[in-house]
Design a protein. Structure first.
Length: 148
């Protein structure tokens, strides 16, 4: 490392200068004079494009500067008077008959299944009594979903 640091940098030879020729060269004709010489009837410049917003994305996907989105503009004006909230039927408590019906169906369903099990129902033990008991319990479950 030390040997590299002690070395002196090499000098580069000087750059040679390019001398421009002294003879005069005619300038190249520009495009407009060539078009006139050839007889083309093309206009020199196209008219500028109109700046009509067609609804597409602008440059780099940004919104146009004229579009303003404001949440405050869309809010209704505040009233100076208090307006109580209107009651919603979904939030009101259930009528008294809903829990009564629910517990009655649960109780009758269990009672029918129990009485069928102990053979105290007329007609001996039957699967129809079990189905009636299960239907009553299912009715109680469905009523419970309506309880608020």
């Amino acid at each position: 490392m030390r040997a590299v640091a002690d070395e002196k940098p090499k000098k580069l030879p000087p750059k040679s200068k390019v001398v421009a020729p002294t003879s005069k060269v005619a300038p190249a004709p520009d495009k407009s004079s060539r078009a006139e010489a050839e007889g083309d009837d093309k206009p020199k410049k196209l008219p500028p494009k109109s700046k009509v917003d067609k609804g597409g994305a602008g440059p780099k996907g940004r919104r146009p500067a004229t579009t303003k989105i404001s949440r405050a503009d869309s809010a209704p004006d505040a009233s100076s008077r208090y307006t109580p909230p209107t009651p919603h039927f979904d939030e009101m408590p259930s009528p008294m008959w809903v829990p009564i019906l629910m517990f009655t169906m649960f109780g009758l369903g269990m009672l029918v299944i129990f009485l069928n099990y102990v053979s105290l129902l007329p007609g001996a033990t039957s699967n129809w009594y079990l189905l009636v008991g299960l239907a009553l319990i299912l009715g109680g479950i469905i009523t419970a979903t309506q309880f608020r």
